[in-house]
Design a protein around this ligand. Structure first.
Ligand code: GAP
Length: 496
């Protein structure tokens, strides 16, 4: 429904072109886990790299961390996840299907209509039957069973640490990366001699036994988070206001702007402030960056003010002091925490959906992914105009090899040039380099090559003729952010 592209079109393109595959597909798939293929892993790595560079490398006040997934079981008691990290669920008494309590009214429902001799209908979510006027009361899947009253279902995956599977060995796959940061607060503070305010960033896997996973990589049981815990002195003020509140606003603006910087259209992004009643048990305030996914407006990232909840809880449960010594005021304080928490997989989905375009070019449909150059899985495709000419193939191979030392570069000679361009458009490759007869010359006719190749730009489809010796300089400028039009103006146009 995003106005542009359906989820089915994205899922199909992702499978066809090697971005994302259903996990364990040859066994029928899991429905809640997905595998990133050759192009998907490049895209996801680029999203994570951009996030890490912008937050950890470019900011003077952030450092990185990579904590383990398995942690001491007490972490999850202290954090509140054992007691509070649950969703209400209901079961069908007939087919035993399980739903999140709010899900039955949000999915189409099956109805055996008494006004039409019991005919079976599939009715849109929340609507009554057109024939008998009944509303859903039974299981939406089988249409026959009553649903149980809601019960709380903890979303953490339980496992055992060590060879003995008893209560003492129980631990959990982490449901968020954040806790690895909190328990390392003092280690990082001491090792790096940091001064407040500062942040610790982490990218890593998280696991949630979601009752209703779905919508492709939007909600899965295994996913990756990109989280920052930004620690602020609770005694500080900025412009006369508590520093944590000012930093919360700054991070909301910063994270909102980040998605636009990498190409998400402004009309597809919005901010939503949580109502008091929907705040997590640890939060004083939360705002979500929402994206207009094909399933409607949904959370892409949450930016919460977690106060001093987590550090105080871990100090209490571990018996270790998790404070910061404020030298000016000669006192120990427990920092407040601002937490921008993004999903890597959800970001990949948003970047894919937003990049998708269908255009008509000379009476034919052209599908393209207009990825930001930093995110595109393949940066340059080197294509031979004629694969039967060994000299053309040799030069194209050499160029690919040279470019591949700095950028992801691919070679393809499996179709005619027009089709090769379309294939690269469809996976979002920003530039193609074509080697032709003019480049290498024709020895049989005694004609020397001009040593120039054609560069074609994805979005405009403009083509320029550039000496092979200048390719690295040209791509260096383009991947450093130079406008195509500025670079193209320096070279003659090539015939398309
Ligand atoms: N530490 C705070 C925290 O985990 P959250 O809102 O539960 O907050 C943060 O998760 C982000 O992680 C979400 O905005 C979303 O992008 C991503 N995320 C959460 N659950 C997910 C799931 N089941 N599948 C994919 N991404 C998920």
């Amino acid at each position: 429904m995003s106005g542009d592209v359906s989820m089915d079109a994205i899922v199909s393109l992702c499978k066809r072109r090697g971005f994302v595959f259903q996990s364990s597909e040859i066994y029928g798939g899991t429905g809640s886990c997905w595998d990133y293929g050759p192009l998907g892993v490049e895209l996801k790595n680029n999203v994570k790299r951009a996030w890490w560079r912008d937050n950890v490398h470019l900011r003077p006040d952030l450092v990185g961390l990579d904590a383990s997934i398995l942690m001491h079981a007490s972490v999850w008691k202290a954090s509140g996840h054992v007691d509070h990290f649950s969703d209400p669920m209901v079961d069908c008494k007939a087919c035993q299907r399980r739903f999140r309590a709010d899900a039955p009214d949000e999915i189409p429902w099956t109805h055996y209509c008494p006004a039409t001799k019991g005919n079976r209908f599939e009715i849109p979510p929340g609507e009554p039957c057109r024939h008998c006027g009944a509303r859903r009361t039974l299981c939406p899947a089988c249409g026959k069973g009553e649903l149980t009253a809601p019960r709380q279902f903890n979303l953490m995956f339980k496992t055992f640490m060590g060879p003995v599977e008893d209560e003492a060995a129980v631990t959990y796959l982490r449901p968020e990366t954040a806790q690895g940061i909190f328990v390392n607060f003092d280690n990082v503070l001491q090792a790096m001699r940091l001064k407040l305010p500062f942040g610790i960033a982490q990218i890593g896997k998280a696991f949630r036994n979601e009752i209703t996973p779905g919508n492709f990589i939007f909600r899965t049981r295994e996913f990756e988070q990109m989280e920052i815990e930004f620690f602020v002195n609770p005694l500080d003020t900025l412009d006369g206001r508590p520093a944590d509140e000012v930093w919360h606003e700054r991070w909301i603006q910063e994270r909102f702007a980040w998605y636009g910087r990498y190409g998400i259209r402004p009309e597809h992004l919005r901010l939503r402030t949580h109502e008091k009643g929907e705040l997590a048990h640890y939060a004083k305030g939360t705002s979500d960056v929402e994206y207009r996914f094909p399933i409607g407006w949904s959370e892409l990232e949450g930016i919460a003010n977690r106060t001093d909840f987590d550090l105080k809880q871990h100090a209490r449960w571990s018996g270790r002091s998790l404070t910061y010594y404020d030298e000016e005021r000669k006192t120990h304080v427990v920092p407040y925490v601002i937490e921008p928490s993004a999903g890597a997989d959800r970001s990949v989905l948003a970047f894919l959906v937003d990049a998708y375009r269908e255009e008509e070019v000379r009476g034919e449909k052209r599908v393209l992914l207009r990825f930001h150059r930093d995110l595109a899985p393949v940066k340059v495709a080197v294509l031979p105009l004629l694969k039967k000419r060994p000299e053309i193939v040799r030069v194209a191979g050499e160029i690919r090899g040279r470019l591949a030392r700095r950028w992801v570069a691919t070679y393809d000679d499996t179709a005619a040039i027009g089709r090769l361009y379309r294939r690269q458009d469809e996976v979002g490759t920003p530039f193609c380099v074509t080697v032709d007869v003019q480049t290498v010359g024709d020895a049989d006719k005694g004609e020397a090559g001009d040593g120039k190749v054609t560069i074609r730009e994805r979005d405009s489809m403009e083509q320029i003729r550039v000496p092979i010796t200048e390719l690295e300089t040209v791509f260096g400028a383009l991947f450093d952010g130079a406008e195509w039009s500025a670079v193209a103006a320096r070279y003659p146009a090539a015939r398309s």
